[in-house]
Design a protein around this ligand. Structure first.
Ligand code: FES
Length: 97
C-alpha cells in the first residue's frame, strides 16, 4: 500500500508494508519526516496528519481515547501511529507548534 505525504518541503510517497502503521512506514523511510515524541505508543499526539483523500483505515479505541484527551474534534485529523491505511490515502503531515 502506498501513501502520499504532503509536507512543507514537497510531496513524498511511502510504501506501508502489511501490518505496519503509517508512522512506522514514514519512520522507516526517514525518521525526520514526522514528529512522534512517544515513538508510536499512542501517548503524545504529536504524530498528527490531516487526511486529504482516500481510506485512512478504522479508528481504534486507543486513538479515539487520546483524541478525546487532546480535544481533537476534526475528523480529518488522525494519529499516524494508530493508522493502518487503506487505498489511495493522501495526508498532510502536521508539524507540532
Ligand atoms: S507517536 Fe505519540 S501518539 Fe503517535
Amino acid at each position: 500500500m502506498s501513501v502520499t505525504l504532503h509536507r512543507a518541503d514537497g510531496v513524498v510517497t511511502v510504501d506501508v508494508p502489511p501490518g505496519h502503521s503509517l508512522f512506522q512506514a514514514i519512520a522507516a523511510r526517514n525518521r525526520e519526516m514526522i514528529t512522534a515524541l512517544c515513538g508510536g505508543c499512542c501517548v503524545c499526539g504529536t504524530c498528527r496528519v490531516r487526511v486529504l483523500d482516500g481510506d485512512p483505515g478504522p479508528m481504534g479505541p486507543d486513538e479515539a481515547h487520546l483524541r478525546r484527551q487532546l480535544a481533537i474534534t476534526d475528523p480529518a485529523i488522525r494519529l499516524a501511529c494508530q493508522m493502518w491505511p487503506g487505498c489511495g490515502l493522501r495526508v498532510d503531515v502536521i508539524q507540532p507548534e
